[in-house]
Design a protein around this ligand. Sequence first.
Ligand code: AMP
Ligand code: MN
Ligand code: MN
Ligand code: MN
Length: 280
Amino acid sequence: MQLATQHSIDLHCHSVYSDGSLTLSELVEHVVQFGVETLSITDHDSIGIHHEIAQSGLALPCNVLPGIEISCSFNNREVHIVGLNVNINDTGLCDFVSRQQDCRRERLLNYAYKLEKVGLKGVDEQVTKLSAEAVTRTHLSQILVNMGYVQDANRAFKKYIGRKGRAYVAMQWPSIQDVVEVIVNSGGVAVIAHPGRYQLSRKQLELLMIEFVEAKGQAIELSYPNIEPQLIHWLTDKALSLNMYASQGSDFHNPQWRWVKPGFFPPLPKAAPPVWQLWQ
Ligand code: AMP
Ligand code: MN
Ligand code: MN
Ligand code: MN
C-alpha cells in the first residue's frame, strides 16, 4: 500500500444530502482541520448542498467547488462518474438528478420488498422515513444495523444488499455516454471515480476508459485511499495514452469511518496532469 499523504485539494466527498453524515457547516469545518483548502462536495446524484451554499451566501472556511457523483451502468456493473465544476442551475442536469433521486427511492423500496421475502420485515417503513435528498444503500445498511438484522454495514452488503447478496436489486442506471453528456453539457468535467472498486478486469477497465473518453470524459481518479500502487501505475500509463487528466479525492463520508480522512491519499503520479489545470 502506498503511503497516504496530506493534500490541500480534495475533489470527492459526501454530505447529508446523500450518504455522508455531516451538514454543510460541519463538513467544511471538519475538512479544514485536516488542511483541506479546496473541496469538491460530490454527493451521489445530488447537488442540493451547492444550492444551499448559493442561497445561504455564507462565507465558508475553504473553497468549495460544485460537484456530483453520478451512478451509471457499464458492463453489468454500477460505475460512478464524478462531475466537477458543474453548473448547478443547468436545467438538463437538474432534471437528470431529480430522475436519479426518484429511481433511488424506488430502488430502496424494491430492496425492502426483497428483504421482506427473505424474512427481514419492516424495512419499507424505515425507508419512507429517510430524509436525504439522494437515498443510498448506505442508508439501507444503517437501517439493517439499527433494526438488529446485521451487526455492521459491511455484513449488510455481504449478506443482503451487495451485488452478491440475497436481496440484491439490480439497477439499469443511465449509460456512460448519457452521464458524461449531462455533465459536459452543464459545463463540468467528467471524472471516472475510484476505478479500482468495481471488480473489473484490466481489459474491462481499459474498455471503460476508452468508452468514457469517446463520450468526452476527460479525467480519472488516480489517487484515493486504498488504491493499489500497481493499479496507479497501470492506470497512469493508460490515462496518459488517452490524454486524460488525473483527479484525487478521499471519498470522505463520515468521521466515524476512521480509515478515511479528508485530504489523505497517495500523491498523484508526477507524469499525470492534474485535473485542476482545466480551470486554473
Ligand atoms: P448506492 O449508490 O445506493 O448503490 O450506494 C453505494 C454506497 O454504498 C457507496 O457509495 C458506499 O458509500 C456504500 N458502500 C458500498 N459498498 C459498501 C460496503 N461493502 N460496505 C459499506 N458501505 C458500502
Ligand atoms: Mn457513498
Ligand atoms: Mn462512489
Ligand atoms: Mn463517493
